[in-house]
Design a protein around this ligand. Structure first.
Ligand SMILES: Cc1cc2nc3c(=O)[nH]c(=O)nc-3n(C[C@H](O)[C@H](O)[C@H](O)COP(=O)(O)O)c2cc1C
Length: 221
């Protein structure tokens, strides 16, 4: 698979089959992803890969919290700016509307937010979730590095026929995640990435994007 195809075919999959992902494949991907660049070559990411019984237990605990309407652990970083302005707010709403329509969750469903949280906390059925942490001492530059790293992982997963869904939602249950992963207090959870093979027969969601000219300015020849 060439890089253009990997970028184009990566999308956030929200329905995974329960087919296990071989450990050797995960190791191949995560070994290749060590080549991701980072400012000063700090490689600030810390990744915990959960599957099998520990992941099943994490899903069980997180789903129980979601269904109980638990508002989540206190935030360590804001998911979004408090005052999300246009055009970002418009993009956010458009993507959310598309996403939840695809999942069959109506706008006016009174259980909407719990249903969304419960789907997320079940990792959309994925058999593997990678949890990406940063050392608490790291700053915005290193958070950017972690994003570059995760996209590298997600593109490599495509080369293996696998799909993924990054999920900031796991930070709501970060204490439960850290307990199950064995991550220490010195680390801050950035997000989880669900990994697996796509479930067959589920409609594919291709989210929109701003045109290139909306976000890029060429200056000079
Ligand atoms: C850091 C990060 C966190 C995300 N968190 C969630 C999440 O908690 N739940 C979810 O369903 N999607 C989540 N997404 C997926 C975005 O909604 C998705 O990337 C965006 O709508 C574009 O769609 P696409 O990935 O299918 O191209 C996240 C994406 C990123 C990069």
């Amino acid at each position: 698979m060439n890089v253009y195809d990997a970028v184009d075919s990566r999308r956030s999959v929200r329905a995974f089959s329960d087919e296990p992902v071989p450990r050797a494949v995960l190791e191949r991907v995560l070994t290749a992803a060590t080549r991701a660049p980072s400012s000063g070559n700090l490689q600030p990411w810390h990744v915990y890969v959960l599957s099998g019984a520990p992941l099943a237990e994490l899903k069980r605990r997180a789903t129980a919290r979601a269904l109980a309407g638990d508002p989540g652990d206190e935030r360590e970083y804001p998911m979004y700016p408090a005052d999300l302005v246009s055009p970002y707010a418009d993009r956010f709403s458009a993507a959310a509307a598309q996403r939840y329509a695809a999942l069959g969750i109506a706008r006016d469903d009174p259980a909407r937010s719990r249903r969304i949280a419960a789907l997320n906390s079940a990792a959309f059925g994925a058999p593997v979730v990678l949890f990406c942490y940063l050392d608490r001492s790291m700053g915005p530059g290193q958070w950017g590095d972690a994003g570059i790293y995760l996209q590298t992982v997600m593109l490599l997963l495509r080369a293996e026929g696998l799909h993924s869904c990054p999920q900031v939602m796991w930070t709501l249950y970060r204490r439960t995640v850290s307990e199950m992963a064995g991550a220490g207090d010195g680390l801050v959870l950035y997000c989880g990435v669900s990994v697996g093979y796509e479930k067959e027969g589920v409609p594919r969601l291709r989210t929109g994007r701003a045109d290139m000219a909306e976000t890029v300015r060429f200056v000079g020849a």
